[in-house]
Design a protein around this ligand. Sequence first.
Ligand code: HEC
Length: 155
Amino acid sequence: MKKLGLIAVVILVATGAATANEKETGTEPELSEHMAHVMDEGAKSDYNLVQIMHDLSFQLNRIEFGILTNNRYMIEAGARAITSHPVPKGGLKPYLKKNAADIKAAAPSIDEDIHKAALEIAKNAKTASMAELQDKANGITKSCIGCHEMFRNVQ
Ligand code: HEC
């Protein structure tokens, strides 16, 4: 009887560990999966581009605040929200007024850079130094600006 109890405990602990492991690895959105959605013109969410941009900006602020306060939870949560941002309703095209062709051509690689940096931040949020995390966050901001520059102050 005692033996059976011990076996049950071992099995419970083993399955618990497996579930924890899955949770750790199962939450990363695949880059290819994310990229496949970027230029998709079929509606993938009910949100318009401005709503998504506002939230991206907010999540970036969340990362910044986390870095300034050593709040690793905020850093990780903000980064994960960026890696899984939705595609605007109808894709990017309907929202582009100036320089649309150039932006369409550049968007996948800019978005990939943002996604990669956010993923790096999320994965290293618990261990990296605040300075390292800030470097990566700066990379995200530069990419955001890179796209904005293509239509802001353009004749
Ligand atoms: C692929 C191009 C692209 C990328 C990358 C991009 N944006 Fe934007 N963003 C836009 C466009 C287009 C608009 C203008 C939307 C409009 O005015 O209709 C915009 C507008 C904005 C606005 C202003 C919204 C308003 O109310 O006028 C903010 C804030 C913003 N983006 C934040 C970000 C942040 C933060 C990132 C990076 C994490 C980012 N953007 C990355 C294309 C991009």
